[in-house]
Design a protein around this ligand. Structure first.
Ligand code: AMP
Length: 414
């Protein structure tokens, strides 16, 4: 099977790594990729938002499967010309990707499907926003309706700050605050059959103790020893399957990866958000535990035969990933610095996934983004996986870089 992966972050490196370990995969390509992906796949400098260019590349390579990683190309509709050209593609159409591309659309689908989520108002004026804030009270949750690369959500008790964020967005969703721990649950779907993966938890804030600004994610772990038994079955029945059924009913079936961001509140499980693709950094730990070869699973979703697949097999152990971010991330990441020690990290249980990296002229690896690396390790339990990931981090040097030191710490102590 010839596979082309679209994207160039640690999520795509994790996908490429798993695909490269799948004996069914004879050729692996990635566009645009990064310095780490280039070690396991042939990389192509193609604009990931350009559907015609991606389709031309898939045709040139005679790809048997295209896997679209990030949300931006999905929402831009890159999967559509691929499907029109009869290329099997893992990733939803532009219409179905609105589940992530518009929070108001997601709320509408959830209401129609009876999926439990925060009560909300969609507002377009300052007056509407003020009324919605007062209807729910503090803490206020204000969400930009459109894609905002993880920066569209403000949770604050400061009413003026909430109003200011609302004013900076064209259309906002204002919703009730959900308390309780968060869980990310991914499901692979072909538009009919829904195959949940294992739950994971990510860490969104930049600093230890969940302090500091929101980021794309600073680390993740799986499994969740504290999660209630039966959570996956419950979410499949109350969230994932009804959502997939509703989109099919509307004539815009969702195929690809449906990501449910959940809050386990005192009043039950609620959806915080949907994403239309694998989450980063949770993918790094979920795929680290997947034993079933990945390509066949993604292809079955692409060609509508997921119902015929054997149950997925999982490693009973744990996986932890810790993100190394560049100096100044998330506000003003500094890039272009050499990264040292990368060759000293990998062992049987530990590996480095590249996020924002590129190759320098002399073959050295340079930082090229805010999140630079995702050091991932597996172990018999969370404590062991965690210890290995941090041992790996200690061998890497990148000027001014920072990482959280408390990823999976509480879970490891349970
Ligand atoms: P999102 O981009 O929707 O995942 O939101 C980013 C983060 O904001 C989430 O991971 C939550 O921590 C927080 N958040 C979003 N919606 C709510 C809510 N209704 N109540 C509490 N926290 C929320």
């Amino acid at each position: 099977m010839k596979v082309l992966v679209i994207g160039g972050g640690a999520r795509e490196h994790a996908l490429c790594r798993s695909l490269s370990l799948d004996p069914a995969v004879t050729e692996l390509h990635c566009a645009p990729g990064n310095a780490g992906i280039a070690q396991v796949a042939t990389v192509h400098p193609v604009d990931q938002l350009d559907g015609a260019a991606v389709t031309a590349l898939a045709a040139e390579l005679a790809a048997d499967l295209v896997v679209v990683g990030p949300e931006a190309p999905l929402v831009a509709g890159v999967a559509d010309p691929l499907r029109a050209a009869s290329v099997p593609v893992f990733g939803p159409s532009a219409e179905a990707a609105q589940l992530e591309g518009s929070k108001a659309f997601a709320k509408d689908v959830m209401a129609a499907a009876g999926v439990p989520t925060a009560r909300s108002y969609v507002c377009t004026t300052a007056e509407e926003a003020a009324a919605a804030l007062d209807a729910f009270g503090a803490p206020y949750v204000v969400k930009d309706d459109g894609l905002a690369a993880g920066k569209g959500v403000v949770v604050t008790s400061d009413r003026a700050a909430a109003l200011e964020h609302a004013a900076s967005c064209e259309r906002v969703v204002i919703e009730e605050y959900l308390d309780g721990p968060e869980v990310s649950l991914f499901a692979i779907t072909d538009g009919t059959t829904v195959l949940p993966l294992v739950p994971a938890q990510d860490f969104k804030r930049a600093l230890d103790g969940d302090e500091g600004p929101n980021t794309g994610g600073m680390g993740a772990y799986s499994p969740l020893p504290w999660a209630p038994e039966g959570l996956v079955d419950e979410v499949l029945a109350t969230v994932l399957q009804p959502t997939v059924d509703e989109l099919r009913r509307r004539g815009t079936p969702f195929s690809g990866l449906l990501y449910a961001g959940l809050a386990l509140t005192s009043r039950g499980t609620r959806v915080i958000e949907f994403n239309a693709r694998f989450g980063d950094p949770e993918t790094q730990v979920v795929l680290a535990r997947l034993r079933t070869p990945l390509a066949g699973v993604l292809l079955a979703a692409a060609d509508g035969t997921l119902g015929e697949l054997e149950p997925l097999r999982w490693d009973e152990g744990a996986a932890v990933t810790v993100v190394v971010a560049s100096e100044g991330y998330p506000a003003a990441p500094r890039t272009g610095d050499p990264i040292e020690g990368l060759d000293e990290v990998a062992d049987e249980h530990t590996y480095v996934l590249h996020a924002g990296t590129r190759s320098g002229d002399g073959g050295e690896v340079l930082s090229a983004g805010g999140r630079v690396l995702s050091v991932t390790a597996t172990g018999a339990d969370i404590a062991e996986a965690r210890e290995r990931a941090y041992r790996g981090i200690a061998r890497i040097s990148l000027k001014g870089s920072h990482h959280r030191t408390d990823i999976a710490l509480k879970a490891a102590q349970q």
